[in-house]
Design a protein around this ligand. Sequence first.
Ligand SMILES: Nc1ncnc2c1ncn2[C@@H]1O[C@H](COP(=O)(O)OP(=O)(O)OP(=O)(O)O)[C@@H](O)[C@H]1O
Ligand SMILES: [Mg+2]
Length: 258
Amino acid sequence: MPLLKVTGLSKVFQLGRNKTVTALNNVNFEVEDGEIFGILGPNGSGKTTCLKLLLGILFPTEGSISIMGKNQFDVEAKSRIGFLPENPYYYEYLCGTEVLNFYGRLFGMPKGLIKERTEYLLKLVNLQDAGKLALRHYSKGMLERIGLASSLINDPKILILDEPTTGLDPIGCKETRDLLVRLKEMGKTILLSSHFLSEVERVCSRIAIFHRGNLLTTGSLSSLLNQYGADNLEDLFVKSIEKYDVELESGKPVAATD
Ligand SMILES: Nc1ncnc2c1ncn2[C@@H]1O[C@H](COP(=O)(O)OP(=O)(O)OP(=O)(O)O)[C@@H](O)[C@H]1O
Ligand SMILES: [Mg+2]
């Protein structure tokens, strides 16, 4: 059984009385236990919408999601997910330790366990010397790392990361990438949305490419490169999108955006 199974998932946003946006259109994919699954696509292609549907933050217009055999609204299934949003809001007057304590309390974790996890996670993300520092003094890279630590407070089985390296310098990107590989080795399953194709190429075992709310293709990098006759992930990304747009113009696929 796949850890996560998405079937016929669609999301239509109502904009005013007569206008709608189809952010996701009949999307199907599966994520296996222990893999890092890359979610790619141009701006506005539906990546964040898809992740929010998996988290139960948004309700699907159509379709279903199974997480560890349960639906996405199941409390037990949700408690096994960690999430780092695209633009996290940080309470800048809290220090790193207080932020992790806050998220631990939201999960209803006992005090002793929060303390233990906080110490462990600050070390894991290399912020052990910044635990007492207020977040307003953190650099962008440090903020991203405390965000990652917060998403791990509940020791999740599935980690959903929406563009975790945006705005990071090359060292910060590498540190995050190394951490993702370590987390995978610890048995976590990771969904990673990213615009950094080289990062995705390095860490993901399988990828999905979204465009205009449609899932264009999904599979291992090597099989997709073969399928599209592409040299690398960038080439594959461009080719899959161009192919869709050409077909769209000739009237073949269903338009996803109204
Ligand atoms: N709450 C909302 N109400 C109306 N439209 C929305 C809402 N959320 C997303 N959309 C629309 O749905 C489409 C997909 O947006 P989404 O944020 O999922 O894209 P994305 O692939 O994550 O883009 P990016 O790479 O820029 O983060 C866009 O057209 C967006 O404007
Ligand atoms: Mg997004």
